[in-house]
Design a protein around this ligand. Structure first.
Ligand code: COA
Length: 231
């Protein structure tokens, strides 16, 4: 079973700053023994093998990181679900996290004192243009249509990851229409509001050569430094 590196930084950064861990599913998929009883029960119902491997990899990475930070056994750390199923720590405290997965990777963002959302998307969908009409505001759609052909996948993924990261920071996921959220194009870091969710959100692309596009978002906090770690 894969472990975090011995120099894993157990000090989690404060709100605005984030520690982002990226792991290969194939290297973390045998971490079932870190899972809680509730997670093992959920695993039993995941009949598609890759879905099951992805779930184990994500929760194993999450629990390994939480265990290192909290000094507790991974499988006994209590997690709870928000209104739209966003996982969070059961025990009161300011430690916040969010998981995301793609075909090959799981990624985890950790911070303190602010809700955080993370999204990773390796490829734009084949029906990119149709999806754009459903998820973009009229202004975003107009700007997207002006993007030259070879750059459209990149533009789509930049907008999509930033939108989903905000929806995940809010904990709403797609219970809120992505079209109700304006993030625009081009801005490296930007602010947005979300109907029904007070305050504001800040979001930023997280880029590293060789990694799929990602974005991290905070609720009521600017995005500061992002420390990236391949584990
Ligand atoms: C949150 C949501 C956008 C995630 O979609 P996804 O394609 O699985 O995206 P990602 O891979 O980026 O994220 C998955 C992880 O996000 C976390 N997550 C789950 N629900 C979440 C929520 N509401 N907010 C933030 N994070 C959430 C989980 O850790 C999940 O992984 P795990 O279950 O293996 O631990 C989507 O599930 C959603 O919109 N949920 C809420 C709305 C709802 O109830 N929809 C029902 C189906 S329409």
């Amino acid at each position: 079973m894969r472990n975090l590196p011995p120099d894993f930084p157990s000090v989690v950064p404060q709100a605005g700053d984030a520690l982002v861990l990226v792991a290969r599913i194939d290297e973390w998929r045998d971490g079932e023994e870190r899972l809680s009883a509730v997670e093992r029960e959920r695993l039993r119902h995941l009949t598609h093998p890759r879905t099951a491997e992805t779930f184990v990899a994500g929760r194993s990475l999450l629990r390994a990181a939480l265990a290192a930070v909290l000094g507790e056994a991974p499988e006994t750390i209590g997690l709870t679900l928000g209104r739209h199923d966003k996982p969070a720590l059961e025990a009161p405290g300011d430690l916040a996290f969010n998981l995301t997965h793609s075909d090959e990777h799981v990624a985890l963002a950790l911070t303190r004192g602010a809700e955080i959302g993370l999204d990773i998307e390796p490829t734009a969908p084949p029906e990119r243009e149709a999806v754009a009409e459903v998820v973009m505001t009229p202004e975003e759609l107009a700007a997207f249509r002006a993007v030259p052909g070879p750059e459209r996948d990149k533009a789509f993924l930049s907008l999509w990851t930033r939108k989903e990261a905000i929806l995940k920071a809010a904990g709403s996921g797609f219970s809120v229409e992505p079209r109700a959220l304006a993030v625009g194009f081009g801005a490296e870091a930007g602010r947005a509001t979300l109907p029904g969710y007070g305050g504001w959100f800040a979001v930023r692309a997280v880029e590293r050569p060789g990694w799929p596009p990602m974005a991290v978002a905070f609720w009521n906090s600017e995005v500061g430094n992002t420390t990236l770690l391949e584990v």
